[in-house]
Ligand binder design. Sequence first.
Ligand code: ADP
Length: 468
Amino acid sequence: MGFRSRMLRLADSMADSIARKVFLIALAFAAPPVLALQFHAAGATARLVVLAWGILLVLAAWLLGRSLARRINRLTDFSDRLLSQDAPRPLLPSGEDEIGVLARSLEQVAPQIEELVNRLGMELARREAILASMTDAVLAVDSGLNLTFCNHAFVQAIGDHEAPEGAPLVRVFRNPALLEVLTRVLDSGESVRKRLQFSGAVARSFDVSAVPLAGSPNRGAIAILRDVTPNERLERIKRDFIANVSHEIRTPLATIRGYAETLLEGGLEDEHNRRRFVEIIQANGVRLNNISADLLSLSELESGAPGVPPGPIPVKEALSSAMRAIEPAASLMEVCMHADPIPDLYLLGHGTRLEQALVNLLDNAVKFNKPNGAVFVHVHDRSGRQIEIRISDTGLGIPAGDLSRIFERFYRVDKARSRQVGGTGLGLSIVKHAIEQMGGMVEVESELGKGSTFIVTLPQYSKSGTQS
Ligand code: ADP
């Protein structure tokens, strides 16, 4: 290293350091007497001694300053690395002076600071994990309505837009109602609860609860948004269901009442018609009975598993028994039922439920058929894992527009025809529930005027006792 670079480094290390200050002070104190003595001292030796003494004094002061600076630098290094968990900590300066005392005190508090930093880090990570995994959307804004935080659920709720921190909320999500709620919280300092509608590809409803942050609106506000769309849908379904049930039972009840009154008001004496009146009363009684039985089945299916645990069911037996039950109706309607040989397959479930589902499908295949029509039953082993039951008919078929809705409760393509053949509009809902409860699914293919095929797919139960 050359002289020039060495001097540059020295100058650099002295720049605004304690060493430089001490050096300059020593120089300022030592230079005047040394210079004065250079002019006034008698002998050359005396002048030389004074000069040497002066230089020695300044050098000693500079060395002392440098040593001080080095020790203070080690303290600074140590405190800098206190917050970083990974970097090794440098050795602290020793000594009995003030710097040594400060070093020892730093050494003592270091583990506490380390633990505090650890705990804070963990707390932060935990809080972030909780907020990120929350299904409720969370957002925080500052007093100027700029976004300071939001979780993934919020990003999803606003349609997966970008939501950068610091951006004005109005630019991230243009929803006047939400902005109004937050503005009210910031203005009043009080919490606000409100149900809001977010329009988008799919309209959603949210229960919003907004509060000022840390009790002070100056710090901003935080809002939690709970998606209540499924609850609203459920409430609507419940309302519709009750209205449908009332509507369904009102007609047979009114008919029964009307004909009973007619009989009482002289109809009993009407020899030509009284039998017909009683038959109408009986048919409507049967209809009410069918509705209540189907409603009961549906509510049992919806309330979860029945008391008895599921067991292996032989498909052959369930299908044969269902076909036997429909046979009289089929011959009445002049519909012929054909079944291919049914393989010995098992599934895990409840025999009565499977049988009820199959009876409903066969009953429809007969009810919505044409005279001299046919029903075909075919059971197929799908690579040892699934059982496919196909029930096809040569009946009326279902219009393409109705196919997606026929599994809804009380949905009927032709209400009058369904009623006429004793339908309740609940049969396919029961089928869907029962099959899905056994881990399967039901699909339909149909061509108007030609017929329909209902395909039930269920997981196969193997003899070893496992469900495929
Ligand atoms: P329903 O008591 O009226 O039979 P379902 O829920 O069983 O009620 O069926 C709903 C509707 O689906 C029926 O009203 C009918 O319009 C149509 N449907 C069901 N199965 C068939 C089928 N095999 N052929 C033609 N239409 C059918």
